[in-house]
Ligand binder design. Structure first.
Ligand code: KPL
Length: 292
């Protein structure tokens, strides 16, 4: 049984390199990859591993697939998936940020669909990936089904050095991450700053204004606030990732489209539906126009 991974960005490479010593893995993407990729661990060790990779549109896919891990950016996920011919019952695991593609594929895909929310830190380097910091991954289906599959996949990931837990509340966890990303990512992308700089003036009041808009929208959408409250969650992540260049900043600096639709889109849509103020969110969204 092979674990198929579609999208050889940081997360796709990390999954492939961590899983490869334990089970067959195939990494699919739009550009050829070198057969030998390097994994630099958070402890500073560099391990080289042979990875079976192929071009997504042309690959002969293995017959027995444990799961297809879709690790592209949110805006590329559906087109990437459509480039493969897979048995309809193949389990999908969606690793995207935000909450845009997940409900759509949950409804459209005939087989089981799990969503993953991860705090693993990784970035791409030319010949592989740097696993910058250990995190945790939560796996579950939006309708609470497929618990046994989620548990089995979580065990395989955990054995491979990516601790994971099957959960029944993945929708809530995706929205919590979305809220964190909405408060941090557009601001750091717009001002070209590292996450930790949001703690200082003039950015701190901008984060606070965003939090004031986010909290009522999330409440109206039925997303329970995290135990310490939204502000503590967001400031905690800013503190913990102070030296990071957030993913949206990396996309913007490289002139790539950002994940604004997946992150800000669901919040704007919910704010309009519930008749709640959303000027700050709209300004954040429009502030990213030049990358789209
Ligand atoms: O998830 C992130 C991202 O970069 O997208 C945060 C939490 C903001 C860390 O940088």
């Amino acid at each position: 049984m092979t674990q198929l991974i579609l999208g050889p960005g940081a997360l796709g490479r990390l999954l492939a390199l961590r899983l490869a010593p334990l089970e067959p893995v195939k990494l699919l993407g739009r550009r050829p990859l070198s057969a030998r990729l390097a994994l630099t661990t958070p402890e500073g060790e560099t391990l080289y591993r042979e990875i079976d990779s192929a071009l997504s549109g042309e690959a002969a896919l293995p017959e027995d697939v444990t799961a297809l891990h879709l690790t592209t950016k949110s805006m590329s996920a559906e087109a990437a998936l459509a480039s493969l011919v897979l048995p309809p019952q193949t389990p999908l695991v969606l690793w995207q940020n935000g909450y845009e593609v997940q409900p759509r594929l949950h409804d459209a895909w005939p087989g089981p669909v799990l969503c993953a929310s991860t705090s693993e830190g990784a970035y791409v380097v030319e010949d592989g990936v740097v696993h910058a910091g250990h995190g945790h991954t939560w796996l579950g289906s939006l309708d609470g089904k497929h618990a046994a599959l989620a548990t089995a996949l979580a065990e395989r990931l955990s054995r491979a050095g990516l601790p994971a837990t099957a959960v029944a509340d993945i929708r809530q966890r995706l929205w919590h991450k979305l809220a964190v990303n909405a408060a941090i990512n557009p601001l750091v992308a717009r001002f070209g700053i590292r996450n930790g700089q949001l703690r200082d003036r003039p950015f701190r009041p901008m984060v606070e204004a965003m939090l004031n808009e986010l909290a009522p929208i999330l409440a109206a959408e039925g997303i329970p606030a995290p135990e310490p409250g939204w502000a503590a969650l967001v400031w905690g992540v800013i503190e913990g990732t102070a030296t990071n260049r957030a993913s949206m900043l990396q996309d913007a600096s490289a002139g790539r489209p950002t994940e604004r639709d997946a992150i800000l889109g669901p919040l704007l849509e919910a704010a309009r539906r519930h008749g709640l103020p959303h000027d700050g969110l709209l300004a954040a969204y429009r502030g990213l126009d030049r990358y789209h």
